[in-house]
Write a protein that binds this ligand. Structure first.
Ligand code: C2E
Ligand code: CA
Ligand code: CA
Length: 314
């Protein structure tokens, strides 16, 4: 064997060993995090390390707030902010997701009472697919929600229909029948299609931020967004754009006839006290209602033209 061949064989085995070490360390870290989440969750719920934040949604049709999305945060004393994706993956696996979501609903109802009827905006809670298929969870959720005058919505993703589509659909109908608004979350990020959406009693779809963040830079994303808006409207649903991070994106969405925008440009998720201050400040509504920004292609290209919209429908 030549020296070069021996050298490259040694290099290859060093790289492979390194990859296996990294994989092993990542697995160990993930296992440690899973154990931590399962063991420390009950205590964190009691001591306030787990808390809720609220992200406002802005209605582009009437220039007012449309509701808020409820998001969970866990600020761990040693590990800092716990990743939400990982957290919900673990609590779903350990079967704790139902009780955690009921805890969230209870908290939301208390927070809504605390801010008075100054704002009876719908508060959207994320409900995992596993919970949507669970009749007991849905009964408990409905009982709690109907005890209060609060306006509640749920956000679900299409994965809710993978395990037991019939149970998920039946429970969505139950939620909808007591006045809970239904949102289809992360639309476009999976294998969903509007054909399947027409079977669901959904009030709105939320277009995934994957398509929104590149809207002002790419040619394809705005086309996808605009055709999704048109199709959703044809099915009688409201459209929410997620991940709106700039004024240009907001202006483009407004031209396309999008109903609602959510994202860091509107506001990050806020503690309940800060949400109240944000909503009460007229300067925020003023900033969001202004459309003074130019977009490319030109306004005429994207604008919803009533005559052509009518011709399209005819
Ligand atoms: P999601 O339901 O799609 O929530 C929206 C996520 O996008 C939130 O991340 C929010 O902070 C983030 N976001 C909002 N605006 C922007 C923006 O303009 N740009 C960018 N880049 N991101 C933005 P977060 O809080 O980390 O939550 C991540 C995911 O964790 C959520 O995605 C949801 O699937 C899950 N999650 C969070 N809270 C809950 C909960 O209470 N229950 C359940 N089942 N899942 C939750
Ligand atoms: Ca959501
Ligand atoms: Ca989402």
């Amino acid at each position: 064997m030549k020296f070069e061949e021996i050298l490259s064989a040694v290099k290859a085995s060093i790289w492979s060993l390194r990859d296996r070490c990294i994989g092993y360390l990542q697995l160990r870290k993930q296992r440690r995090l899973s154990r931590l989440i399962i063991n420390e969750l009950p205590e964190a719920l009691l001591n306030g390390n787990i808390y809720l934040v609220y992200q406002p949604k802005f209605n582009l049709q009437n220039n007012n707030y449309d509701g808020v999305e409820v998001l969970l945060r866990w600020n761990h004393v040693r590990f800092g902010e716990i990743d939400r994706g990982e957290l919900f993956r673990v609590v779903e696996k350990s079967g704790q997701v139902h009780s955690l979501t009921l805890w969230i609903l209870q908290r939301v109802l208390e927070d809504q009472v605390g801010i008075g009827d100054q704002m009876l905006l719908p508060f959207n809670i994320n409900v995992s697919g596993q919970s949507l298929c669970n009749d007991e969870f849905i009964s408990a959720f409905c009982t709690l929600a109907t005890k209060s005058l609060a306006s509640i919505g749920v956000e679900i993703t299409e994965t809710a229909f993978i395990a037991d589509a019939r149970a998920a659909l039946a429970n969505l109908v139950r939620l909808s029948s007591i006045g809970i608004r239904i949102s289809i979350d992360d639309y476009g990020s999976g294998h969903s299609s509007l054909a399947y959406l027409k079977e669901l009693p959904a009030d709105e779809i939320k277009i995934d931020r994957l398509f929104i963040s590149g809207m002002t830079k790419s040619n394809r994303d705005p086309l996808i967004v605009r055709s999704t808006i048109d199709l959703a409207h044809a099915l009688g649903m409201q459209v929410v754009a997620e991940g709106v991070e700039s004024q240009a994106t907001l202006a483009l969405l407004r031209m396309m006839g999008c109903d609602v925008a959510q994202g860091f440009y509107i506001s990050p998720a806020l503690l309940i006290a800060d949400l109240r201050v944000f909503i009460a400040d007229p300067q925020n509504l003023h900033r969001l209602s202004c459309t003074g920004v130019s977009v490319t292609p030109s306004r005429a290209f994207w604008a919803r033209d009533e005559r052509s919209a009518g011709a399209d429908r005819a």
